[in-house]
Write a protein that binds this ligand. Structure first.
Ligand SMILES: C[S@@+](CC[C@H](N)C(=O)[O-])C[C@H]1O[C@@H](n2cnc3c(N)ncnc32)[C@H](O)[C@@H]1O
Length: 303
């Protein structure tokens, strides 16, 4: 089951974004091609094999292992349990309690990964969820998951936020979880998020933060918790300023936590190094580079 572009065109129409359909379909088709990733044909083979493989759990597990690493989950697919690197259900529990009721809402999930949360949002009553994520493997994982979930109102598209054709200004809720610190220009990212929302829509922002009462942000000289692509780590006070300067109001902190190795760890489905290898072996309150260990905040704000 690949992306159903005619269903997607209908979705754009119902969102009054029909003028987006052609450009997004063209971009998505150009990304989802063997020209852009050497593993693309193999991944397509996995998805094509699911129909036959689902009669035999061992065969199905082998096929789904072909889409490793599974970072987000867990999933139960046709009798196979995917124990992903992240227990994303724990984040969803922290987030879902305090956001505006998703019932009947049209949602945008920016940096949606393999669509784990998008499907949870639909379970929570969202009318539709458009997820965008430039990592092709995650789009392919979603196609595999949706082979089982068969949800025609969730789409995961291989796009970055700044590649949307213009300000949508239609979504009721926009999520950006685990994305802000990967942006070189986080304030531009927040402004673009604001442009996705209808007036008085809700932003749900989940991101890493630094401890401290003052408003400041710091850029790692090299890596943060072994990640090369972390650019700016703000305190919560600084995040408030960024949100306000990006046009948001009603800023609220709904959760703060320290990430644990129960929530993020290596498994059979993600066998590379995980959080335990990114922390100082003698002091788990620090990363191996000497930064405060990962803390995450969930904030809501209105457009
Ligand atoms: C740390 S993961 C977070 C995934 C998921 N939202 C979560 O909270 O578990 C960050 C994701 O954001 C995606 N990403 C990075 N920059 C992005 C951008 N500008 N627009 C959309 N997605 C982006 C990455 O491909 C990656 O899958």
């Amino acid at each position: 089951m690949m992306i159903d572009y005619s269903a997607l065109a209908q979705r754009w129409q119902s969102l009054a974004l029909e003028h987006w359909a052609t450009d997004i379909e063209a971009l998505s088709r150009s990304r989802l091609s063997s020209a852009t990733h050497g593993d693309f044909d193999r991944w397509c083979g996995v998805i094509a094999s699911l129909e036959d493989a689902q009669s035999d759990a061992a065969k199905l597990e082998k096929a789904l292992l072909g889409l490793c690493p599974w970072r987000k989950g867990p999933f139960e697919l046709g009798g196979v349990s995917i124990d992903s690197e992240w227990r994303s259900d724990l984040k969803w529990d922290r987030v879902s309690q305090s956001v505006a009721d998703l019932d009947g809402r049209n949602v945008l999930d920016v940096g949606c990964g393999n669509g784990y949360y998008a499907l949870r949002m639909r379970e929570a009553g969202a009318q539709s969820v458009i997820g965008i994520d430039p990592t092709l493997l995650f789009v392919m994982q979603f196609l595999a998951v949706n082979h089982f979930a068969r949800d025609g109102s969730v789409f995961v598209l291989p796009l970055r936020l700044n590649e949307l054709p213009g300000p949508a200004r239609v979504f009721d809720t926009t999520f950006s979880m685990g994305v802000l610190y990967h942006q070189r220009s986080p304030i531009d990212h927040l402004r673009e998020l604001n442009d996705t929302l209808r007036p008085k829509g809700q932003l749900v922002l989940e991101t890493l933060y630094l401890p401290g009462e003052d408003a400041f942000a710091r850029t790692p000289t090299d890596r943060y918790a072994r990640m090369k692509n972390v650019w700016l780590l703000p305190t919560i006070a600084e995040l408030r300023t960024w949100l306000q300067r990006s046009g948001f109001g009603d800023v609220e902190v709904i959760d703060k936590c320290v990430t644990t190795t129960d929530e993020q760890r290596a498994t059979k489905w993600m066998s590379f190094d995980s959080l335990d290898k990114a922390l100082d072996p003698d002091d788990s309150t620090l990363t191996i580079e000497g930064w405060p260990a990962p803390r995450r905040v969930v904030m809501t704000a209105s457009s």
